[in-house]
Design a binder for this molecule. Structure first.
Ligand SMILES: Cc1cc2nc3c(=O)[nH]c(=O)nc-3n(C[C@H](O)[C@H](O)[C@H](O)COP(=O)(O)OP(=O)(O)OC[C@H]3O[C@@H](n4cnc5c(N)ncnc54)[C@H](O)[C@@H]3O)c2cc1C
Length: 394
C-alpha cells in the first residue's frame, strides 16, 4: 500500500479493463468507476454505435439506470405505453398485458441512440477512460489483455462484454449450449403518423402474428416509431433488405399503411441467438451481456439482463473484501438463475411462430388468464437488480 511521507496511507485504486462498449460494457464500466475503480473501456469500432432502432427497457433496466443516476436523461422523450397487446392474423386482440400502472410491470421504449448516448455520457462523467478503435485480441484469467495495437495491460479484473460473437469467449472452451439461429428480424424506424393502427391504439405496444411472421409496432418517442419485422431466416422475401413491403402486406393486409411506410427505409436484419456458458468467469476474467447469455428478443430482455447483471457485477466486486475470483463466482450465483429463467422463456415464446394461427390464438387467450404464468414470464422485468438504489445521483 503506497504511503506518502507525512500523509495518510492511500489504498491503490483497483483496475478494470472492459472489452466492448455495448449496454453491458458501458453499464459495468460506469458502475465500477462510480465505486472508485480505475476503468478502461475498449471499443473495437472507431465510434460507439447504437445498433437497432428502439428498445424496450423493463423495470430491471430502468432500476439499473436509476442506480447509475442516468434515468432522467435516458427516459427524456421516451414512450410510456399503457398495454402490450398481441393480435392474431386478423388483427383481433388475443392477449393483453397492462403495464406501467400501480402494481404492474414498468417498461419504457427508448430510441437506442438516446440510451447508448446517455450511457456514454455517464461513463465519461464517472471517469471511465474510453478507447475507441481499440480491439482486444486476447484476455486471460490472470487479468491480462492484449490489443491489436500490440499493447499489453494487466488489471484486477477483465470484463469481456464483446457481444454474442465474442472473440474472447472463443479462446476458451466454455460454451454450454448454442442453439442454431432460425429466426430473425429487420429493425427500422419510421416517423409516427396517423392511420398505421386504428384510432385510439396509437400509443399501445402491439405485436401482430400471421403464420410464421410477426410485426412489432412500438412507439419509441414522440415522433419515432420502431418497427420490427420478425420471420424465419429461410423466409427470403421476409428477411430481404430493403424491406419487400409487398411480401409483408400479403401476410398483414390490415397493416398496409404501416408497411408501406417502411419502403426504402434503411433497416437491419439480425438473426436471433441463444447461448449459455458452463461458467461466467475464470480467475479474474468474466463474461457478461450477450457474450455470456444471448437470448432471442421475444421478452425484450437481452439488454435489460445485460444491464442488471453488469450492475450486480460492480456491486459484487466492490461490496465485499472477497478476492476477485470469489466475488465473480458470487455474482454468477446471484444473477444466473433470473437470467437463465428469462432466456428459457424467450426461447419458448419463439416457438409460437410454428404454431398454426388458430391454435396460437387459443393458446394466448388461455395463458392470458393465468396470472402466475404471466408473473413467471416477467420475472426479470420485476426483479430489483443487486446494487439498485445505491450510488444514485452520482
Ligand atoms: C431484433 C432485436 C431486438 C432486441 N430488442 C431488445 C429489447 O427491446 N430490449 C432489450 O433489453 N434487449 C433487446 N435486444 C437484445 C439486446 O440488443 C442485446 O442483448 C444487447 O444489446 C447486448 O448488449 P451487449 O453489450 O452484451 O453486446 P453488444 O451490444 O453486441 O456490444 C458489444 C460491443 O463490443 C464491441 N466489441 C466486439 N468485439 C470486441 C473486441 N474484441 N474488442 C473491443 N470491442 C469489441 C462491439 O463493437 C460492440 O460495441 C434485442 C436484440 C435483437 C437482435
Amino acid at each position: 500500500m503506497p504511503h506518502r511521507p507525512g500523509g495518510p496511507t492511500v489504498a491503490p485504486r483497483k483496475t478494470a479493463e472492459v472489452i466492448g462498449a455495448g449496454l453491458a460494457g458501458l453499464t459495468a464500466a460506469t458502475a465500477l468507476a462510480q465505486r472508485g475503480w480505475s476503468v478502461r473501456l475498449h471499443e473495437r469500432d472507431s465510434e460507439i454505435r447504437a445498433i437497432g432502432a428502439g428498445i424496450y427497457v423493463w423495470g430491471n433496466g430502468l432500476a439499473t439506470l436509476e442506480a447509475l443516476g442516468l434515468y432522467e436523461e435516458a427516459a427524456f422523450n421516451a414512450h410510456v405505453g399503457p398495454v402490450l397487446e398481441t393480435r392474431d392474423h386478423r388483427g383481433r386482440v388475443v392477449e393483453e398485458v397492462p403495464i406501467n400502472g400501480p402494481g404492474q410491470a414498468r417498461v419504457l421504449t427508448i430510441m437506442r441512440d438516446r440510451l447508448i448516448g446517455t450511457l456514454i455520457g455517464g461513463a465519461e462523467k464517472a471517469g471511465v477512460e474510453i478507447r475507441t478503435g481499440s480491439e482486444v485480441l486476447e484476455a486471460g484469467p490472470d487479468g491480462r489483455v492484449v490489443t491489436r495495437s500490440g499493447e499489453t495491460a494487466r488489471a484486477d479484473v477483465v470484463l469481456a462484454a464483446d457481444g454474442v460473437n465474442s472473440r474472447i469467449r472463443g479462446q476458451y472452451d466454455i460454451v454450454a449450449h448454442r442453439a442454431p439461429a432460425r429466426q430473425g428480424a429487420t429493425r427500422l424506424t419510421v416517423p409516427r403518423a396517423p392511420g398505421f393502427v386504428p384510432e385510439g391504439d396509437e400509443g399501445k405496444y402491439i405485436e401482430y402474428f400471421s403464420g410464421r411472421r410477426r410485426v412489432l409496432y412500438t412507439p419509441s418517442s414522440e415522433s419515432s416509431l420502431y418497427v420490427a419485422l420478425v420471420a424465419d431466416e429461410r423466409d427470403r422475401p421476409a428477411s430481404r433488405i430493403p424491406v419487400d413491403t409487398m411480401a409483408w402486406i400479403r401476410s398483414f393486409p390490415h397493416l398496409e399503411a404501416l408497411l408501406s411506410a417502411c419502403a426504402g427505409v434503411p433497416g437491419r436484419w439480425d438473426t436471433f441467438q441463444f447461448l449459455t456458458l458452463t461458467r461466467w468467469s475464470m480467475g479474474r476474467l468474466a463474461f457478461l451481456g450477450d457474450a455470456a447469455h444471448a437470448q432471442p428478443p421475444y421478452l425484450g430482455q437481452g439488454g435489460g439482463c445485460a444491464m442488471m447483471s453488469a450492475l450486480g457485477l460492480a456491486d459484487a466486486l466492490s461490496g465485499s473484501d472477497a478476492p476477485v475470483d470469489q466475488a465473480l463466482r458470487d455474482w454468477e450465483y446471484a444473477e444466473r438463475p433470473t437470467v437463465e429463467h428469462t432466456q428459457r422463456w424467450s426461447h419458448r415464446l419463439g416457438r409460437l411462430n410454428y404454431v398454426p394461427d388458430a391454435a396460437r390464438a387459443s393458446l394466448l387467450k388461455a395463458s392470458g388468464h393465468l396470472p402466475r404464468l404471466g408473473a413467471s414470464r416477467l420475472r426479470a422485468a420485476l426483479t430489483v437488480p443487486t446494487g439498485a438504489g445505491r450510488f444514485a445521483g452520482n
